[in-house]
Design a protein around this ligand. Structure first.
Ligand SMILES: [Zn+2]
Ligand SMILES: [Zn+2]
Length: 647
């Protein structure tokens, strides 16, 4: 007998060689029907593999991320089978799962696969799925595997095989399709009830531009037809909320090929939004004891040699700029940290000054391949809401907690509820690639764990995800499409203080090295605003909205009254504009609604005579007429109602 420990801690005994499926069946038939794969001692494997030793077991279903990945990867095999049936000359490279769906890179061997073929492929996939073919695992000797693909004439799989060791190689076969794969897979194709080919794109073999261009076919599948329908609705909604589309419609930002790829241009309304966000954080940072600094957009190349950035990223950065006369070399600033180190080092420091918190909305420039650029979420120039905290070892935990408070304040204030926190730790198997002593790492990792736990954060720990200079806590937020983006980050750093030989005089009158914490609650203004646009669909809270009011005169007779009103409101810090266009009032209201204006003030003869305004609020409709004073009170209450306060 073997002992199986389930995720709830319960233990059960089973005959040696029982499969995960058998164990599921012993719990309930319904569960067994839904098991896609299993995590045995932390490793995902096929549900039908025998288990021979005492093990921990997690049964994976559609509700588990790993279950979905297995489902989608298995679907890539199914799509490959459909492709091979429809286009017998196709050759296959790799077909991994994605966060939503999967793709397969294929060499079509001269065939064209376009949108018009999607339906045909989907139909074939479903036809094959209905055959409920098992995914059969077949261990193969390397020589036999090579022989198989040589006969098939598939140089891509032969390339994959060349990197595999004999004894570790498995084939998987479902129906008439055999693939080289280490698995795992779902039990049979019958689980796949809905399939959609999403897109087709070019992708270089092994991602290398010098190699042949393959065809990447994206698909997604579901265990229920209804789930596909729901997904497609979500996708439509995501398109509607796409920050690239809304950013243009709401005149927030734009890009110009002449200015350069990946360099956003902020239009007046976008700049206003940014400014409000900056002021919001600036205010909280003052309360939290930060001091604002300003540093230049470039720095001498030597600065980045000292920081280690040149050695690590120099080749993949924008290349240095030279002065014409002296031949000095400068780099566009890829990070603010070295500049801040030099501010720290500008005079001797005492332990009494620590923690020293230096903040800057610092614009940095990083080279990204043009194919990687995406709206505001991946750009070549962006502004970090950056700060560096210089503190003692003993202060790390407390500072960490304070930064978590600040990040949570930012997320809560802006309605980001769907976020997760990741503690990125050192890979204990590979300690040499990290800078700093074991003792310091253990201390910092535990400090992060304790700080996160004390602040009630639900965290996942990822081994090997730490920066080489220290462990970190990353905050991930989902966009309208459900894609995860890293926004806020808090990172402990032992390396830079060392490289810059930073010191402070301790209470013992001796020199000590401070620890540095990098942190950015927004991450970058660009990415943060992109996600904010998508989560709010452009309906920003009143305190953030670039324009809070639009004054809509019914005809030009009331222009003077409208202008006067505008100035009165402006004095009260209520921002907006007068719609001077020669349009019917119905049109003006409609346009204000399309532009997501929170408050509309309609003025005509009656309003002018009585010194009043007719108020409409987006989402609420007509609020009736108010005196100007009444409106100012109303607006101020509404604006302040949602302005967060950092304590
Ligand atoms: Zn596979
Ligand atoms: Zn930094």
């Amino acid at each position: 007998m073997i002992k199986i420990t389930l995720p709830d801690g319960s233990e059960r005994e089973y005959p040696k060689g029982s499969s995960s499926y058998d164990i599921a069946l012993s719990i309930s038939e319904g569960l067994a029907r839904n098991v896609l794969a299993a995590k045995v001692n932390g490793k995902i494997q096929d549900a039908n593999l025998p288990i021979d030793t005492d093990s921990t077991l997690q049964l994976l279903t559609w509700n588990d991320t790993d279950g979905k990945s297995t489902f989608w990867h298995s679907s890539a095999h199914l799509m490959a089978e459909a492709l091979e049936t429809l286009y017998p000359k196709v050759k296959f490279w790799v077909g991994p799962p994605l966060e939503n769906g999967f793709y397969y890179d294929v060499d079509t061997n001269g065939e064209t696969i376009s949108h018009d073929d999607f339906k045909k492929i989907e139909d074939k996939m479903l036809e094959l799925a209905r055959q409920k073919n098992d995914y059969v695992r077949i261990p193969m000797a390397k020589a036999d595997a090579i022989k198989y693909f040589e006969e098939k004439g598939d140089e891509y799989k032969l390339d994959l095989l060349s990197n595999l060791e004999d004894g570790s190689i498995t084939f998987y076969k479902q129906g008439n399709f055999t693939d080289l794969c280490r698995g795992p897979h779902i039990p049979n194709t019958g689980f796949i009830k809905a399939a959609k080919i999403m897109n087709v794109a070019g992708a270089y073999f092994k991602g290398d531009q010098n190699n042949k261009m393959l065809t990447r076919i994206y698909g997604i599948t579901f265990p229920k037809a209804k789930e596909l329908e729901e997904y497609l609705v979500l996708l439509e909604e995501a398109k509607r909320r796409d920050h690239r589309k809304l950013g243009q419609e709401l005149e927030l930002f734009t890009f110009s090929e002449k200015v350069g790829k990946g360099l956003p241009l902020w239009l007046p309304k976008g700049a206003m939004l940014r400014e409000r966000l900056e002021n919001f954080l600036r205010k909280a940072q003052v309360r939290a004891g930060y001091q604002q600094v300003v540093t230049p957009h470039i720095g001498s190349k030597q600065l980045y040699v000292t920081s280690g950035h040149w050695e690590k990223y120099g080749k993949d950065s924008f290349q240095p700029i030279r002065t014409p006369e002296e031949g000095e070399e400068f780099m566009l600033k890829p990070m603010n940290c070295p500049h801040h180190c030099e501010i720290y080092a500008s005079r001797p420091r005492s332990y009494r000054e620590l923690p020293l918190r230096l903040a800057e909305f610092g614009t940095v420039y990083r080279y990204e391949q043009s194919g990687e650029l995406h709206g505001l979420t991946r750009v070549r120039g962006f502004t970090q809401d950056d700060a560096h905290i210089f503190c003692t070892d003993d202060q790390v935990e407390n500072e960490f907690k304070k930064v978590i408070d600040l990040v949570l304040y930012v997320f809560n204030s802006l309605g980001f509820e769907d976020f997760s926190a990741q503690v990125s730790l050192r890979d204990p198997e590979n300690k040499t690639k990290y800078f700093g002593s074991d003792e310091a790492w253990d201390k910092a990792e535990n400090a992060i764990r304790r700080a996160a736990a004390e602040k009630g954060l639900k965290t996942v720990e990822e081994l090997g995800e730490a920066a080489f200079y220290g462990p970190k806590l990353d905050f991930m937020v989902k966009d309208a499409l459900g894609r995860k983006w890293q926004l806020g980050t808090i990172q402990v750093d032992y390396q830079l203080p060392d490289r810059f030989a930073l010191e402070y005089i301790g209470s013992d009158n001796q020199k000590h090295r401070p620890v540095m914490i990098h942190r950015a609650p927004f991450g970058s203004m660009e990415r943060f605003i992109a996600i904010l646009i998508e989560t709010t669909a452009g309906n920003f809270p009143l305190w953030l909205s670039p324009d809070q009011i639009a004054i809509l005169p019914i005809s030009e007779k009331y222009e003077d009254y409208a202008n006067e009103l505008f100035l009165t409101l402006q004095e009260q810090d209520i921002r907006g504009f007068v719609d001077h266009r020669d349009e019917k009032i119905g049109r003006k209201i409609r346009d204000a609604e399309v532009n997501k204006l929170p408050l509309m003030l309609i003025v005509g003869e009656k309003e002018q005579e009585e010194g009043k305004v007719s108020v409409r609020r987006k989402g609420e409709g007509d609020l009736g007429s108010m005196t100007i004073e009444e409106f100012i009170n109303y607006a101020k209450t509404e604006i302040n109602k949602n302005i967060p306060q950092f304590k």
